[in-house]
Design a protein. Structure first.
Length: 330
C-alpha cells in the first residue's frame, strides 16, 4: 500500500526534526523495491527528496537543470551499508505541494511494479513534464465553477463509496463527467444569478448509450460565501481509497496544488440544483438524431445552448439525489 500525501508530509517533518549528522536525514515510506526501501529524505540544506534505491550498475540519465525538480544518481553509505539511489529533489520550495503529489504518484507506481522502479519513476516524470516546466495556466472563474460542480457530486459519491473516484472520467476526455457501466452523469454549473441556460459541447455530450441512462445535474452557484474547490478536494482526499487516481484526474482537469492559495480565495455555495434525465423530448443535438442526408462527417466543434426552463427540458426534470442515484441506478 502506498503512502498518502499527508503521510509523506509527516515523514518529511519527522526527518527534518532529526539531528543533521549526514548529508540526508531519511525515513522509509513503506514501499520497497527489489533493491530496498524507498526513502523520504531531507537534505542538509533543508530541501525535500525522494530516494529510490537502484542497482549499483544501473546507468541513470540525470536531470540536474530542472527549475522545479532534479534527478541525480547518488551513492550513500554509512557504517553498515553502501547503496545507490536515484534521488528526486525539490528545487523550488514554493512547489512543495506539487512535489508531494508527484512523489505520491511515483511511490504508487513503484508499489505496483517494485522490480521496475526506475521505469515507474521515468514514466511519472514524463507524464508530469508539462506541469513541472511551468507551461500551463490557471483555471478561469467559469472553469473553476464547473470543477466545483463536479467535485460537489464526487464528494457525495465518495462519502457513499470510497472508490467512487474511478467514476470521474470527464478530465480524461469522455463525453460526460461520470460513467458507471451504461449510466452516465453530466454536471453543469453557472454563477449567473438569472438564466438557466447551459452550453453543450459536442453531439455526444447529451447522447445516451444504448440501454443506458444519462442524468444532467445543473447547479447555480452563489459567489462570495460557502466553500472553495480546495475545501472539496480536502474532503474527497480524506474519504477516498485511491488518492493517486484522484490527484491524476485533478491534474488532467487543470488543477494544480501549487495554485491552492489562489483558488482558496474564490468561494461558492449551491444556491439551486436541478436534475434532468436525458431522453426522448429533451432538446439536444446528437448524431443519432440527424436524419436524411444530414451527417456529422467533416463537422467539428459543435456547441449549442439549451434553456432548461423550456417546456421540453422541464418535462424531463426528476426529483432525486443525483450522486446517490448514480451509484444505485442500473
Amino acid at each position: 500500500m502506498s503512502p498518502s500525501g499527508a503521510r509523506l508530509e509527516e515523514l518529511w517533518a519527522e526527518a527534518a526534526a532529526e539531528p543533521a549528522v549526514s548529508l540526508f536525514r531519511t525515513a522509509p515510506c513503506g514501499t520497497d523495491t527489489s533493491q530496498g526501501p524507498v526513502l523520504v529524505a531531507v537534505h542538509k540544506d533543508g530541501s525535500r527528496n525522494l530516494l529510490i534505491p537502484i542497482d549499483a550498475k544501473h546507468t541513470l540519465r540525470e536531470d540536474v537543470d530542472g527549475n522545479a525538480v532534479t534527478l541525480r544518481r547518488r551513492v550513500l553509505e554509512d557504517a553498515t551499508s553502501r547503496r545507490t539511489y536515484a534521488v528526486l529533489a525539490l528545487v523550488d520550495g514554493r512547489l512543495a505541494d506539487l512535489f508531494t503529489a508527484l512523489c505520491v504518484e511515483v511511490v504508487t507506481r513503484i508499489a505496483a511494479k517494485p522490480d521496475r522502479a526506475v521505469t515507474a519513476l521515468r514514466q511519472t516524470l514524463a507524464d508530469w513534464r508539462s506541469l513541472l516546466s511551468g507551461s500551463r495556466r490557471t483555471l478561469g472563474p467559469s472553469e473553476l465553477a464547473g470543477l466545483f460542480g463536479e467535485l460537489e457530486l464526487l464528494r457525495t459519491m465518495v462519502a457513499l463509496d470510497n472508490g467512487a473516484v474511478s467514476f470521474w472520467t470527464g478530465p480524461s476526455g469522455t463525453a460526460q463527467d461520470f460513467h458507471r457501466g451504461k449510466l452516465s452523469l453530466e454536471a453543469k454549473a453557472t454563477v449567473s444569478p438569472e438564466s438557466r441556460t447551459i452550453r453543450v459541447h459536442g453531439a455526444g455530450q447529451l447522447a445516451v448509450a444504448e440501454s443506458g441512462r444519462l442524468l444532467l445535474v445543473w447547479f447555480r452557484l452563489g459567489a462570495g460565501g460557502g466553500r472553495s474547490v480546495p475545501d472539496l478536494i480536502d474532503e474527497i482526499m480524506a474519504a477516498t481509497d485511491d488518492e493517486a487516481s484522484f490527484l491524476a484526474a485533478l491534474r488532467e482537469a487543470g488543477y494544480l496544488p501549487t495554485d491552492r492559495e489562489l483558488y482558496s480565495r474564490r468561494l461558492f455555495e449551491v444556491d439551486e440544483r436541478r436534475v434532468f434525465e436525458i431522453g426522448p423530448g429533451f432538446p439536444r443535438v446528437t448524431a443519432a438524431g440527424l436524419i436524411g442526408d444530414a451527417t456529422l462527417a467533416g463537422v467539428d466543434r459543435i456547441h449549442y445552448d439549451v434553456d432548461l426552463d423550456s417546456a421540453p427540458a422541464a418535462a424531463t426534470r426528476v426529483d432525486l439525489d443525483p450522486a446517490r442515484a448514480f451509484l444505485e441506478l442500473s
